[in-house]
Design a protein around this ligand. Sequence first.
Ligand code: SF4
Length: 405
Amino acid sequence: MKVPPPTPSWLAPIELVVVQGTSFCNLNCKYCYLSEETRRNRSRIPLEKISEYFMKILSSQYVQNRLIVNWHSGEPLVLGADYYETVISRIAEIARDTCGPDFQVLHDFQTNGTLINKRWCEFFKQHRDTVTLGVSCDGPQTLHNAYRRDWREGGTFERTLSGIRLLIEHDIRFGLIAVISPRALNHSDEVYDFFNSYREHVSEFRFNLLDDFPDDGELSYAHSEQDYYDFLKTLLNRLEATPAAEQILNIKNFSYFYEQLTAPSESASISPAEFMSQPLRAFNIERNGDISTFYAGVTQDECPNIYGDGKGLVIGNLNVDSLDDIVMSAKLQKIHGDFELSHSTCAKSCPYYSVCPGGYNLIKYKRFGRFDATETPECRIQVKTFTNALIDHINPESASVQNGE
Ligand code: SF4
């Protein structure tokens, strides 16, 4: 068993390693946060490098008794099941040798679903005790195909659905992850019906709101806040109307929020925003060995010039730096200071801070060029409108202004 990391105390143990085995993707989704150049690059992390990286991580003082490895930031399935057979057994071997037999390594794949075939189903079945997967699907065909396109601009709904059907045929449970576009907000019942039809096969359903609302009057943020509020209320009402004898769709956004709300106060010594962005908790490895932390899955494509080196939040490279050097780097301390300033500014002025999941530090910087800012249009809709809808649902007596009451 590993001991907790030493000082500085603001470091968290590494819990999640997001590995970009390849940044290549067979699709060209319109909202992808990776650049086109990155997504067309077919290079992969060689197997010997994976072993080297995990040797550095697992033999360090920065892990405790469990690690989740998430394969993401590019389509992981393009590397083929044999690649992961080797990777999983090598990482397990390194974990046994460095951390002892009780150390647990779990793997999670975030896929667009289009490459799932019988071989992949065998793989997922064989590793079902240690491997989970989430499939990205945006709902009914027209909503999905509006953004989830291939390189020839074709829709990908049928290919994603065929992967989902194969998983169901092979009795493999999976998560569903959707991006909800402004247009989808006006189709709340169809969205609910679509995802609810898979409830017996999915471990959870999560959605992210596409923060792509034009301020052009047609769909302004103010309209969108109301649309989002109404969308959430429909989902909540539909869940509530599900007969007790039926399985209820596990909408993770809702269950997580209510868990936070009802958590005992002694567990709230750190806010959700600070917790989620504690340095090291999420540890990202890009295909060239570059390392970043603070947010799961962030890459150097995000705000590349924020610290003047063209590398975004990258704090080192596992090919040339020791983990201790990366952890003690001046840049990591600088980012930590900036994020602390961002959180403390929110804590002083925002009544939603105790439930805000965070993740808005870079958006603040993009919007205002500084970290000591507070409300952005994104947090108004994603945090405040979301919170209002969920609180109003459990406490209709004190329904917010958004409810029009
Ligand atoms: S909702 Fe916005 S302003 Fe409020 S705490 Fe979150 S990031 Fe800060």
